[in-house]
Design a protein around this ligand. Structure first.
Ligand SMILES: CCCCCOc1ccc(S(N)(=O)=O)cc1
Ligand SMILES: [Zn+2]
Length: 260
Protein backbone atom coordinates (compact mmCIF):
# COMPACT_ATOMS: atom_id res chain seq x y z
CA UNK A 1 0.00 0.00 0.00
CA UNK A 2 1.68 3.13 -1.23
CA UNK A 3 1.79 5.70 1.52
CA UNK A 4 0.27 9.06 0.72
CA UNK A 5 2.46 12.10 0.06
CA UNK A 6 2.74 15.11 -2.19
CA UNK A 7 4.40 13.56 -5.25
CA UNK A 8 2.88 12.79 -8.65
CA UNK A 9 2.03 9.19 -7.76
CA UNK A 10 0.81 9.69 -4.18
CA UNK A 11 -0.23 13.36 -4.02
CA UNK A 12 -3.54 15.10 -3.12
CA UNK A 13 -5.32 14.04 -6.35
CA UNK A 14 -4.74 10.34 -5.46
CA UNK A 15 -5.81 10.48 -1.78
CA UNK A 16 -9.51 9.83 -2.53
CA UNK A 17 -8.66 6.23 -3.48
CA UNK A 18 -7.68 5.33 0.10
CA UNK A 19 -9.62 8.15 1.81
CA UNK A 20 -13.03 8.61 0.09
CA UNK A 21 -13.91 11.51 2.45
CA UNK A 22 -11.46 13.51 0.29
CA UNK A 23 -14.51 14.03 -1.97
CA UNK A 24 -16.64 15.17 1.02
CA UNK A 25 -18.54 18.42 1.53
CA UNK A 26 -16.45 19.94 4.33
CA UNK A 27 -12.90 19.51 3.11
CA UNK A 28 -9.92 21.79 3.75
CA UNK A 29 -8.13 23.98 2.82
CA UNK A 30 -10.25 26.54 0.96
CA UNK A 31 -9.63 29.81 -0.87
CA UNK A 32 -10.61 32.63 1.50
CA UNK A 33 -12.49 35.39 -0.32
CA UNK A 34 -12.99 38.13 2.32
CA UNK A 35 -15.82 39.81 0.39
CA UNK A 36 -17.74 36.52 0.47
CA UNK A 37 -17.35 36.18 4.24
CA UNK A 38 -20.27 37.06 6.51
CA UNK A 39 -19.29 39.32 9.40
CA UNK A 40 -20.79 37.64 12.46
CA UNK A 41 -21.06 39.82 15.58
CA UNK A 42 -21.58 36.67 17.69
CA UNK A 43 -17.85 36.06 17.11
CA UNK A 44 -16.88 39.43 18.52
CA UNK A 45 -19.35 39.30 21.42
CA UNK A 46 -17.60 36.13 22.57
CA UNK A 47 -13.92 36.88 21.92
CA UNK A 48 -11.52 34.10 21.15
CA UNK A 49 -9.31 33.62 24.20
CA UNK A 50 -5.92 31.89 24.24
CA UNK A 51 -4.43 30.52 27.46
CA UNK A 52 -1.14 28.93 26.49
CA UNK A 53 1.48 27.80 29.04
CA UNK A 54 5.27 27.41 28.71
CA UNK A 55 6.32 23.95 27.52
CA UNK A 56 9.36 22.89 29.61
CA UNK A 57 11.12 20.55 27.15
CA UNK A 58 9.12 20.77 23.94
CA UNK A 59 9.57 17.79 21.64
CA UNK A 60 10.32 18.69 18.01
CA UNK A 61 10.17 15.90 15.45
CA UNK A 62 10.41 15.17 11.73
CA UNK A 63 7.61 12.72 10.89
CA UNK A 64 8.74 12.79 7.26
CA UNK A 65 6.26 15.18 5.61
CA UNK A 66 6.47 18.20 7.92
CA UNK A 67 8.09 19.27 11.19
CA UNK A 68 5.95 18.95 14.31
CA UNK A 69 6.12 20.05 17.95
CA UNK A 70 4.19 17.92 20.45
CA UNK A 71 2.64 19.74 23.42
CA UNK A 72 2.26 18.27 26.94
CA UNK A 73 1.42 21.38 28.99
CA UNK A 74 -2.13 22.62 29.52
CA UNK A 75 -2.52 25.19 26.73
CA UNK A 76 -6.15 25.90 25.92
CA UNK A 77 -8.39 28.11 23.79
CA UNK A 78 -12.10 28.95 23.93
CA UNK A 79 -14.65 31.46 22.66
CA UNK A 80 -15.16 32.81 19.16
CA UNK A 81 -16.80 30.00 17.16
CA UNK A 82 -15.91 27.39 19.78
CA UNK A 83 -18.14 25.77 22.38
CA UNK A 84 -16.15 24.43 25.27
CA UNK A 85 -12.40 24.39 25.80
CA UNK A 86 -9.95 23.07 23.23
CA UNK A 87 -6.49 21.88 24.27
CA UNK A 88 -3.34 22.38 22.18
CA UNK A 89 -2.02 18.98 21.00
CA UNK A 90 0.66 19.89 18.46
CA UNK A 91 1.73 22.42 15.89
CA UNK A 92 3.37 21.95 12.49
CA UNK A 93 3.85 23.76 9.20
CA UNK A 94 3.36 23.48 5.42
CA UNK A 95 5.74 25.29 3.06
CA UNK A 96 6.80 25.66 -0.57
CA UNK A 97 9.93 25.01 -2.62
CA UNK A 98 9.84 28.74 -3.39
CA UNK A 99 8.23 31.80 -1.78
CA UNK A 100 5.47 31.93 -4.40
CA UNK A 101 3.79 28.85 -2.93
CA UNK A 102 3.49 26.79 0.25
CA UNK A 103 0.36 27.75 2.17
CA UNK A 104 -2.74 25.54 2.15
CA UNK A 105 -5.40 28.22 2.61
CA UNK A 106 -5.17 30.96 0.00
CA UNK A 107 -6.34 34.56 0.23
CA UNK A 108 -8.18 35.75 -2.90
CA UNK A 109 -6.28 33.02 -4.74
CA UNK A 110 -2.91 34.11 -3.36
CA UNK A 111 -0.60 31.54 -1.75
CA UNK A 112 1.77 32.50 1.05
CA UNK A 113 5.24 30.91 1.37
CA UNK A 114 4.08 28.83 4.34
CA UNK A 115 1.27 28.20 6.82
CA UNK A 116 1.51 27.30 10.52
CA UNK A 117 -1.14 25.04 12.07
CA UNK A 118 -1.78 24.90 15.82
CA UNK A 119 -3.95 21.82 16.38
CA UNK A 120 -6.35 21.68 19.37
CA UNK A 121 -8.91 19.05 20.44
CA UNK A 122 -12.23 19.52 22.25
CA UNK A 123 -11.15 18.67 25.81
CA UNK A 124 -14.62 19.51 27.17
CA UNK A 125 -16.22 16.62 25.27
CA UNK A 126 -13.37 14.19 24.53
CA UNK A 127 -10.55 12.71 26.59
CA UNK A 128 -7.84 12.70 23.93
CA UNK A 129 -6.89 13.93 20.47
CA UNK A 130 -7.31 10.37 19.17
CA UNK A 131 -10.90 10.24 20.42
CA UNK A 132 -11.71 13.73 19.08
CA UNK A 133 -10.02 13.46 15.67
CA UNK A 134 -13.02 11.98 13.82
CA UNK A 135 -15.85 13.88 15.57
CA UNK A 136 -17.56 16.81 13.81
CA UNK A 137 -16.79 19.11 16.80
CA UNK A 138 -13.57 17.35 17.70
CA UNK A 139 -10.81 19.74 16.60
CA UNK A 140 -10.00 23.43 16.23
CA UNK A 141 -6.96 24.44 14.17
CA UNK A 142 -5.38 27.92 14.01
CA UNK A 143 -4.11 28.68 10.51
CA UNK A 144 -1.43 31.38 10.45
CA UNK A 145 0.05 32.66 7.19
CA UNK A 146 3.81 33.22 7.02
CA UNK A 147 5.21 36.08 4.92
CA UNK A 148 8.81 36.97 4.15
CA UNK A 149 10.49 39.91 5.87
CA UNK A 150 14.13 40.88 6.35
CA UNK A 151 13.93 40.08 10.06
CA UNK A 152 13.70 36.51 11.41
CA UNK A 153 10.66 35.59 13.54
CA UNK A 154 12.07 35.40 17.08
CA UNK A 155 9.52 32.82 18.28
CA UNK A 156 10.24 30.51 15.34
CA UNK A 157 14.00 31.10 15.65
CA UNK A 158 14.19 28.71 18.65
CA UNK A 159 12.96 26.05 16.21
CA UNK A 160 14.58 27.02 12.90
CA UNK A 161 17.99 27.25 14.66
CA UNK A 162 17.78 23.53 15.54
CA UNK A 163 16.02 22.06 12.50
CA UNK A 164 19.34 20.58 11.35
CA UNK A 165 19.10 18.25 14.38
CA UNK A 166 15.83 16.77 13.04
CA UNK A 167 16.86 16.84 9.38
CA UNK A 168 16.00 13.18 8.79
CA UNK A 169 12.73 11.25 9.16
CA UNK A 170 11.88 10.04 12.69
CA UNK A 171 14.54 12.24 14.29
CA UNK A 172 13.33 14.15 17.36
CA UNK A 173 14.89 16.48 19.93
CA UNK A 174 13.76 18.37 23.01
CA UNK A 175 13.99 22.15 22.99
CA UNK A 176 16.05 22.90 26.12
CA UNK A 177 14.81 26.42 26.82
CA UNK A 178 11.14 26.44 27.93
CA UNK A 179 8.93 27.47 25.01
CA UNK A 180 5.54 29.18 25.11
CA UNK A 181 3.70 28.64 21.78
CA UNK A 182 1.90 31.97 22.34
CA UNK A 183 5.00 33.55 20.73
CA UNK A 184 3.85 32.07 17.40
CA UNK A 185 0.53 33.95 17.27
CA UNK A 186 0.11 37.19 15.31
CA UNK A 187 -0.30 40.38 17.38
CA UNK A 188 -3.97 40.75 16.49
CA UNK A 189 -5.91 37.51 17.01
CA UNK A 190 -9.27 39.31 16.93
CA UNK A 191 -9.34 39.37 13.13
CA UNK A 192 -9.93 35.90 11.68
CA UNK A 193 -12.08 33.89 9.32
CA UNK A 194 -13.74 30.67 10.50
CA UNK A 195 -15.49 27.78 8.75
CA UNK A 196 -16.19 24.07 9.24
CA UNK A 197 -13.59 21.92 7.50
CA UNK A 198 -11.27 18.95 7.75
CA UNK A 199 -7.76 17.73 8.32
CA UNK A 200 -5.74 18.76 5.25
CA UNK A 201 -3.84 15.46 5.21
CA UNK A 202 -5.07 11.89 5.39
CA UNK A 203 -7.21 10.69 7.11
CA UNK A 204 -8.89 14.02 6.08
CA UNK A 205 -11.48 13.72 8.90
CA UNK A 206 -14.23 16.36 8.67
CA UNK A 207 -13.70 17.32 12.30
CA UNK A 208 -12.05 20.74 12.21
CA UNK A 209 -13.35 24.18 13.10
CA UNK A 210 -10.81 26.28 11.20
CA UNK A 211 -9.74 29.68 12.53
CA UNK A 212 -7.49 31.44 9.98
CA UNK A 213 -5.98 34.73 11.18
CA UNK A 214 -5.90 37.75 8.89
CA UNK A 215 -2.51 38.92 10.18
CA UNK A 216 0.45 36.88 8.94
CA UNK A 217 3.59 36.33 11.01
CA UNK A 218 6.85 37.45 9.41
CA UNK A 219 9.82 35.12 8.86
CA UNK A 220 13.17 35.56 7.10
CA UNK A 221 14.28 33.90 3.88
CA UNK A 222 16.96 32.05 5.90
CA UNK A 223 14.25 30.59 8.11
CA UNK A 224 12.39 29.39 5.00
CA UNK A 225 15.62 27.82 3.76
CA UNK A 226 15.91 25.96 7.07
CA UNK A 227 12.45 24.39 6.55
CA UNK A 228 13.36 23.48 2.96
CA UNK A 229 16.50 21.67 4.16
CA UNK A 230 14.45 19.08 6.08
CA UNK A 231 14.45 15.64 4.45
CA UNK A 232 11.55 13.23 3.79
CA UNK A 233 13.65 10.23 4.76
CA UNK A 234 17.23 9.42 5.69
CA UNK A 235 20.43 11.09 4.54
CA UNK A 236 20.29 11.81 0.83
CA UNK A 237 16.46 11.68 0.60
CA UNK A 238 14.39 14.39 -1.06
CA UNK A 239 13.78 17.69 0.76
CA UNK A 240 10.41 18.30 2.39
CA UNK A 241 8.90 21.00 0.17
CA UNK A 242 5.47 21.74 -1.32
CA UNK A 243 3.78 19.69 1.44
CA UNK A 244 0.50 21.54 0.90
CA UNK A 245 -2.95 20.42 -0.29
CA UNK A 246 -4.47 22.83 -2.83
CA UNK A 247 -7.84 24.44 -1.93
CA UNK A 248 -11.17 22.56 -2.18
CA UNK A 249 -14.59 24.07 -2.99
CA UNK A 250 -16.36 25.95 -0.19
CA UNK A 251 -19.64 24.49 -1.49
CA UNK A 252 -22.64 25.29 0.75
CA UNK A 253 -20.51 26.28 3.69
CA UNK A 254 -20.66 29.71 5.30
CA UNK A 255 -17.32 31.50 5.72
CA UNK A 256 -17.65 33.81 8.73
CA UNK A 257 -15.46 36.79 9.62
CA UNK A 258 -14.85 38.16 13.12
CA UNK A 259 -14.40 41.64 11.63
CA UNK A 260 -15.78 44.00 9.03
C1 LIG B 1 -5.75 9.50 13.47
C2 LIG B 1 -4.51 10.34 13.64
C3 LIG B 1 -4.58 11.59 12.77
C4 LIG B 1 -3.18 12.18 12.62
C5 LIG B 1 -3.22 13.34 11.65
O1 LIG B 1 -3.50 14.53 12.43
C6 LIG B 1 -3.57 15.72 11.74
C7 LIG B 1 -3.55 15.78 10.35
C8 LIG B 1 -3.65 17.03 9.71
C9 LIG B 1 -3.77 18.19 10.47
S1 LIG B 1 -3.91 19.74 9.67
N1 LIG B 1 -2.83 19.87 8.53
O2 LIG B 1 -5.24 19.77 9.07
O3 LIG B 1 -3.68 20.75 10.70
C10 LIG B 1 -3.80 18.11 11.87
C11 LIG B 1 -3.71 16.87 12.51
ZN1 LIG C 1 -1.43 21.23 8.77
Amino acid sequence: MATWGYGNDNGPATWVKSFPVAAGTRQSPIDIVPTAAKCDTKLTENPLTVNYSPEPAMELCNPGLSVKANIKSKSVIKGGPLEGEYKLEQFHLHWGSADKQGSEHTLNGKMFPAELHLVHYNATKYSSFGEAVDKPDGLAVFGIFLKISDKPHQGLKSLTDVLSEVQYKDKSINIKQEYNPVCLLPDNINKYWTYLGSLTTPPLCESVTWIVFEEPIEVSEDQMKAFRALCCGECGSAPIVDNYRPPLPLGNRQLRASFQ
